[in-house]
Design a protein around this ligand. Structure first.
Ligand code: AMP
Ligand code: ZN
Length: 492
């Protein structure tokens, strides 16, 4: 029987403002869409935190043996500087500044994004669609919204009519805004803009001659508005109703509010059952951000090359630091905070090492089943990783008591303790076993040394066919041998 059948999971739904019992649309299956990065610059640690929150959630679903389709897009067109409709596309701007093709910018920063996520041990999503790969689907949605009477065309651009939509729907229900207040607090368009109301947003924008990213459409040559891509890609891959839509807290408005409006305008209902928002990583009390430069890049963490850091930290430690906060809480990045996380992480790893050598006894003096349940209870309560981690430390306390001969466990309880600690640490929190990686690299060095010895022996016996075979096969694996006067060395 799948593990999820034994667990009642509660998820905080940003739309209702409450923790709700999670019930997927299709029993045993989960469809989750998370807004991905706009690939016009290197991701900073704040971006990493949001994606890590959803990686942890994805991991826990997989651990519970759900079948998950996790879609995380790449925004490679349509995201306008400052999120206003009349600015410049972020990618087009960067391409102009660097004198590159927009797709060269997209490629460069998509590769950087994947490299960073690999460093932090992320699982890849099931589908990673791009906005530019779904222009036809986006045009189709604009057509539908126009047909339903909630959008209008003006001078080659198409705008969503927020006021008309709000007559029978509630624009602002996710972010708790009120359209009348919004209209009262913004200047009218002074006839300067093609919009009927300043709150209207672009579904399709006419491309001016200098705009390099452009596609033909029924309204002329142009490009899609930012909010449209997620409506198109989420429903294309997850269906008209799906379980979870997530993103950073700062995407609630306008991005997700506009997505809801687009969907409701088309089909009369929002496809999303649970809206989830991950909170921000701050630096110096302010949100880390690409545009203000108030941020830390992952490379600065590994190298320690930032005035905010006293030393370098491994991606594992940075991951552990972020997992010690609940995903819905703001987290302040401080050097003291990550130093403390490093201590905690090392204590956890040392404890797991001691655990490997513990011996079972005839009887148990500790209640491992209750402790294990507490680990699940923490995760089932809206993915409460700080409480989970506190429980993992309690498990390590048990390990040390057993090691000191003060408590005992039967073989079955010892296995339960070990399986639970290892599963939550490596599969759910998602840190890598650094000791294991170091051990493996030592073992690899040993094997290569052994092969060098065998090759030397073959050469001494004039068996050059074998010695060349060893050299060539190692090279094919990326291990290069170099013969010098002091013997053979290698590089991996
Ligand atoms: P962007 O590439 O700007 O679209 O951002 C990618 C993701 O990172 C979005 O989900 C944002 O909400 C999220 N994000 C941006 N800044 C921060 C931050 N300081 N802390 C956490 N998440 C962030
Ligand atoms: Zn999105």
């Amino acid at each position: 029987m799948q593990l999820y059948k034994n667990h009642q999971l509660k998820i905080y739904n940003s739309l209702s403002g409450e923790k709700e019992v999670f019930k997927p649309v299709h029993d045993g299956n989960i469809g989750m869409y998370v807004c991905g990065p706009t690939v016009y610059s290197n991701v900073h640690l704040g971006n990493v935190r949001t994606f890590m929150s959803f990686d942890m959630i994805f991991r826990y679903f997989l651990h519970l043996e759900y079948k998950v389709r996790y879609v995380r897009n790449i925004t490679d067109v349509g995201h306008i500087v400052d999120d206003v409709d009349d600015g410049e596309d972020k990618i087009a701007k960067k391409a102009r500044v660097e004198q590159l093709e927009p797709m060269e910018i997209v490629q460069r920063y998509t590769v950087d994004f994947h490299d960073v996520l690999n460093q932090f041990n992320f699982l890849p999503p099931s589908i990673e669609p791009t906005a530019t790969g779904h222009i036809i689907e986006q045009i189709e949605i604009v057509n539908q919204i126009i047909e339903k009477g909630f959008a209008y065309e003006k001078n080659g651009s198409v705008y969503f009519d927020v006021v008309k939509f709000n007559e029978n729907n509630h624009y602002g229900k996710l972010s708790g805004r009120n359209i009348d207040e919004m209209l009262a607090n913004t200047r009218d368009t002074d006839g300067q803009s093609d919009k009927k109301n300043p709150q209207d947003f672009a579904l399709w924008k006419k491309a001016e001659p200098e705009h390099i990213m452009r596609w033909p459409s029924p309204w002329g040559v142009g490009f899609p508005g930012w909010h449209l891509e997620c409506t198109a890609m989420s429903t294309k891959y997850l269906g008209e109703t799906f379980d979870i839509h997530g993103g950073g807290m700062d995407l609630k408005f306008p991005h997700h509010e506009c997505e809801i409006a687009q969907n409701e305008a088309c089909t009369g209902q929002s496809p999303v059952n649970y809206w989830m928002h991950a909170n921000m990583l701050n630096l110096n009390g302010k949100k880390m951000s690409k545009s203000t430069g108030n941020n830390l890049l992952p490379g600065e963490i590994y190298s320690g090359g930032s005035p905010f850091l006293s030393k370098a930290f491994s991606p594992n430690v940075a991951r552990f630091f972020m997992m010690q906060a609940h995903y819905r809480s703001i987290l302040d990045f401080t050097n003291d905070g990550i130093l403390a996380a490093e201590k905690g992480f090392n204590r956890l790893m040392e404890g797991l090492d001691v655990l490997k050598d513990l011996q079972p006894a005839a009887a148990s003096t500790l209640d491992i089943a209750t402790w294990k349940q507490a680990c699940y209870d923490a995760m089932n309560d809206d993915f409460n990783t700080p409480i989970l981690i506190a429980n993992l430390f309690e498990g390590i306390r048990f390990v040390n008591l057993i090691n000191d001969g003060k408590e005992t466990l039967t073989a079955a309880d010892l296995k339960m303790l070990s399986d639970t600690l290892n599963t939550f640490t490596f599969d759910v929190i998602g840190v890598r076993d650094e000791k294991c990686a170091a051990d493996n690299s030592e073992k690899l060095d040993g094997v290569v040394e052994m092969l060098i010895g065998m090759r030397n022996e073959a050469r001494a016996n004039k068996n050059f066919a074998l010695s060349d075979q060893i050299r060539d096969q190692l090279l094919a694996l990326g291990i290069q041998l170099k013969d010098g006067k002091d013997g053979t060395t290698f590089s991996i």
